[in-house]
Design a protein around this ligand. Structure first.
Ligand code: DGJ
Length: 725
């Protein structure tokens, strides 16, 4: 049993493998969040409910009296708007009278084994009912009639808890949800740093760590997608927490649209943290009996540092988020045509790529953008998903048969949510794009966005895709999305529902993705958005891998991959060797090997020497495949902390093997380098493949190895592989 309810004390205790979360029901049925942290056996939380009120300026509930309890300072489990809790609120509902005061109180609960899916939304799952337990707390706002259900699942085998919320209108009148965050936490102190990952196109997911200060701070997206700019991830780490030690709380929102992650430190030096759908441009009309489902937040607690937080996310996503055949099956080593040819290809050229690729040991050819409509550049044809027979005479069949005939698998590119102004679909249905009446919609990469909130638009796109996919033997699809959303509006949404547009767009996208994955479970899907602009757990639920960045330079990739690894596993991180020139092919291969690994170049242009390197990389790829797929990541030298070197390890779960990679970004003169390795078994002995020596795990982790002058020139790198003796 992981969830206990103490009826006398009215306390819930939710245990994961290594953390405890405690919720209390206080007088007048206020729901309080009393504790989140390391596992504790008991629940002696009586004193936690009251904190110092600020004289008459912190307001009291007259039924309870001015006894020291005030919603202003109490650890509210799900802070609501306007009823004397003045901090950032998780919920605000406007009722038929136009009032926004929202005040929910406990009315009941359920505890059950396993975890339920959230209708229409991606979410993590339990592999069996005994892997997790769920608590649903019902709380009612007696004035509006909103029934708010706070949903918690705790996992037995990892320190992961998920939180989500649903709101049902039990009244006779319409109500409007103005904000509904998915998770709210009140911590009793503010000695935290906020860690987030920000970026831009080709420079995704840089790590930002800053101490919390009084007031509100945080990150958000209003771009209609999770975005390059900020990722829906945030961690609260104690000031003293490091990569390898200290308390860290990690939060990741399973959602691909507008999000908000905010921390507020108040006058009592406490911290409220909330994460959920961004309330900007959001308003949801809830008619009697309607239910709104808010997406879930994955919450990780550890007292073993930021690195351990990452490993917990990685293991959890590999086993409880990623779905389908390729969750466990080996994925093909691919070569993608984009950086090799851009729009300039035809059947003959692609078959020539396939010939050389086959000789090199590559297993799949992916035809990227440019195969449909009359798309010879990025100015046309999105939405016209039929083959350009000028480039591919006879259609896809001769190409696919040719590729398959050479023993390679075949993949194709789509950008389903986009419509070019120069397209048949737009000419026939100008109202199918996202737009607002009387306003000229903005363009991005010369394209508009299909109105995914509309069933007819989704059906049209699906029918076109399905026509191609059902008639051809396609093994892989890359699903791209190359701009942000502005002019957010739909021709079909009535005035009173316009605030629903952004969320309906995402629900429509998920519906289409679900149709795809359920109709074609054998096709490997790779998410993409101008590189990594939609790299989030929502997309990961549908596609087990996501293209990490359009920047394939091995040195730039270090930042991108280190940042991405804060919460996303190597198994999903699309990483290719390209013809970029800053480093040699060895280093490009070592960096890409961390992720899903593949090539993005014209293989005919490789020199003989480069071909030999590629052949060796293909061997290494197979040798280390399962280590990368299932191993634990240890970040050893972060490029965000060291200007010269970056290093990381992948250690197998049973600690019997480890691959260490060191990359020199910029030569450092006269610097010595000793590496103390991490994550090994001190009792085991390991043979290092490169120097032939045997070392104990204890030696490697405490004394370490002297790597001075190894891989010390710009762009150089090395790997060391250790195997248990
Ligand atoms: C952006 C992607 O990130 C690239 O890999 C490529 O697919 C282009 N779009 C094609 O337009």
């Amino acid at each position: 049993m992981s969830i206990f309810y103490d009826k006398e004390k009215r306390l819930f205790k939710l245990d994961t493998s290594d953390s405890t979360y405690v919720i209390g029901i206080y007088e007048e049925n206020y729901i309080l969040g009393l504790y989140y942290g390391a596992k504790i056996p008991d629940m002696n939380f009586g004193g936690f409910c009251k904190r110092l009120p600020s004289a008459s300026f912190s307001l009291a509930n007259p039924v309870i009296g001015e006894t020291g309890f005030t919603p202003d300072t109490a650890p509210m489990e799900y802070g609501c708007n306007g009823a004397a809790d003045f901090r950032i609120s998780a919920l605000c509902i406007k009722n038929a009278a136009g009032d926004r005061v929202t005040d929910i109180r406990y009315v009941g609960h359920r505890i059950f084994d396993g975890k339920k899916a959230i209708p229409g939304l991606p979410s993590t799952y339990a592999n069996s009912p005994d892997e997790a337990q769920t608590l649903e707390i019902d709380a009612v706002d007696s004035v509006t009639g909103a029934l708010v259900t706070l949903v918690y699942t705790v996992f037995n085998n990892s320190p992961v808890m998920t939180k989500s919320v649903r709101v049902r209108n039990t009244s006779q009148n319409t109500m409007w949800i103005e904000r509904v965050y998915s998770a709210c936490f009140d911590f009793v102190s503010m000695d935290f740093d906020l860690i987030t990952i920000y970026g831009r196109h080709a420079k995704e997911r840089n790590i930002n760590r800053r101490p919390l200060g009084h007031g509100v701070q945080g990150v958000e997206s209003k771009r209609g997608v999770s975005s390059h700019a900020q990722n829906p991830f945030a961690a609260l780490a104690r000031h003293t927490a490091t990569e390898d030690s200290g308390e860290v709380y990690g939060f990741n929102f399973v959602y691909s649209g507008n999000f908000s992650a905010l921390a507020e430190c108040d006058f009592n030096d406490t911290t409220r943290f909330i994460m959920g759908i961004n309330p900007t441009d959001f308003e949801w009309t809830l008619n009697p009996d309607d239910t709104f489902y808010a997406p879930e937040v994955v919450c990780v607690y550890t007292d073993k540092g930021i690195g351990e937080m990452s490993r917990i996310f990685h293991r959890f996503y590999n086993s409880n988020l990623i779905r389908g055949r390729f969750k466990t099956e080996k994925r093909p080593l691919l070569i993608n045509s984009w950086e090799a040819a851009y729009f300039d290809f035809d059947t003959e050229k692609l078959l020539a790529f396939a010939d050389v690729a086959k000789q090199l040991g590559i297993e799949m050819l992916v035809m990227d953008d440019g195969w449909f409509g009359h798309r010879d550049d990025d100015r046309s044809s999105l939405g016209d998903w039929y083959v350009n027979t000028k480039k591919l005479p006879g259609g896809l069949k001769p190409l696919i048969d040719g590729v398959h005939g050479k023993g390679l698998k075949f993949g194709i590119w789509y950008e389903p949510e986009m419509i070019s102004p120069d397209s048949d679909i737009y000419r026939a249905h100008p109202d199918w794009i996202i737009h607002v009446e009387n306003r000229q919609p903005m363009v991005g990469r010369h394209q508009y966005i299909a109105d995914m909130s509309r069933q007819d638009v989704r059906d049209n796109i699906w029918n076109q895709m399905n026509d191609t996919l059902s008639k051809n033997d396609i093994d892989y699809v890359k699903w791209d999305f190359n701009r942000n959303i502005s002019d957010a509006g739909s021709a079909l949404l009535p005035k009173e529902r316009k605030g629903e547009f952004f969320h309906r767009f995402i629900l429509g996208t998920y519906e289409l993705m679900e149709r795809f994955t359920s109709t074609y479970p054998d096709i490997l899907l790779e998410g993409c958005s101008g590189g990594g602009g939609r790299f989030d757990p929502g997309i990961l639920y549908y596609s087990p891998q996501i293209w990490t960045s359009d920047n394939t330079d091995a040195v730039d990739r270090l930042d991108i991959q280190f940042g991405t690894s804060l919460c996303y596993p190597a198994s999903c991180m699309g990483a290719h060797v390209s013809a970029s020139t800053r480093t040699g092919y060895e280093t490009k291969g070592r960096v890409a090997m961390w992720g899903t690994f593949g090539y993005e170049l014209d293989p005919r242009k490789l020199t003989d020497e480069e071909r030999e390197i590629v052949k060796q990389q293909v061997k290494d790829y197979h040798k280390y495949y399962w280590l990368h797929r299932n191993g634990d990541l240890y970040r050893v030298i972060s490029p965000f902390e060291d200007k010269h070197k970056a290093a990381w390890e992948i250690v197998s779960q049973d600690k019997s093997e480890m691959l260490f990679t060191l990359v020199c970004m910029r030569q450092e003169t006269n610097a010595s380098l000793f590496i103390r390795f991490k994550g090994l078994d001190p009792e085991k002995y390991y043979v290092c493949e490169q120097d032939g020596e045997t070392y104990s795990g204890a030696f490697l982790m405490n004394a370490g190895l002297n790597l001075t002058n190894k891989a010390n020139a710009d762009g150089e790198s090395l790997t060391l592989y250790f195997k248990e003796k």
